[in-house]
Design a protein around this ligand. Structure first.
Ligand SMILES: [Zn+2]
Length: 202
């Protein structure tokens, strides 16, 4: 299967994910006009499998020893990739008491039992979708704190270029099985706020 054919299949599949249009504030604190119901991705594992295969193939060349993803969707992707590549699997959980209301204020932690193991690993950090990359950034921050190496970031769906730019500026390459455009605004520059539309938190 050519990479192009794989990408087309992924796009078809992603397009079957329920899409809401409106005015949303993401975990990062940035605003957007589209929300994808990504939990629907995991209902049909056979349909999702080729996209996980494609992502695993892109991650394989980075010689990783472990995959880590934030709960919930990122961890589901991480476990599937870890199985395919026969490497270790880690996940992070959102840490409500450490999260602040400022932009990119969310904090994620590894469960205590696996924190001591992380420092020896070469990680891929993955998520189901990355837009601004809030939970991916926070997961990388946690792994860095523990002395682990992060060698690549991966997503089933990369939305816009803001998240990708953040990671590549830090010399962490980003791979994805599909890419779509997405508008993201700082709250002060959001045209939907300026139009007076009520905002939904996601
Ligand atoms: Zn807004």
């Amino acid at each position: 299967v050519s990479p192009d054919a794989s990408l087309e299949r992924t796009r078809d599949h992603m397009h079957s994910v329920p899409i809401q249009r409106g005015h949303f504030v993401l975990e990062s604190g940035l605003h957007t006009d589209v929300w994808l119901e990504l939990d629907a991705l995991f209902v049909d594992p056979a349909n999702l499998a080729p996209h996980l295969d494609a992502l695993a193939d892109q991650l394989r060349r980075h010689a990783i020893t472990a995959v880590c993803g934030p709960l919930v969707g990122g961890a589901l992707v991480a476990q599937s990739i870890a199985t395919r590549l026969n490497v270790s699997f880690y996940f992070t959980e959102r840490c409500a008491e450490r999260s602040s209301s400022e932009l990119f204020g969310a904090a994620y932690r590894l469960p205590a039992a696996i924190r001591p193991l992380a420092s020896r690993e070469r990680f891929a950090v993955v998520d189901d979708a990355i837009s601004a990359g809030s939970s991916t950034r926070a997961t990388i921050g946690e792994l860095n704190t523990l002395g682990a190496q992060i060698v690549v970031v991966g997503a089933l769906l990369l939305l816009g270029n803001r998240g990708e730019r953040y990671f590549t500026d830090r010399s962490i390459p980003v791979v994805a099985s599909a890419r779509e455009d997405l508008a993201l605004w700082e709250p002060d520059h959001c045209p939907l706020c300026q139009a007076g539309l009520a905002v939904e938190r996601r």
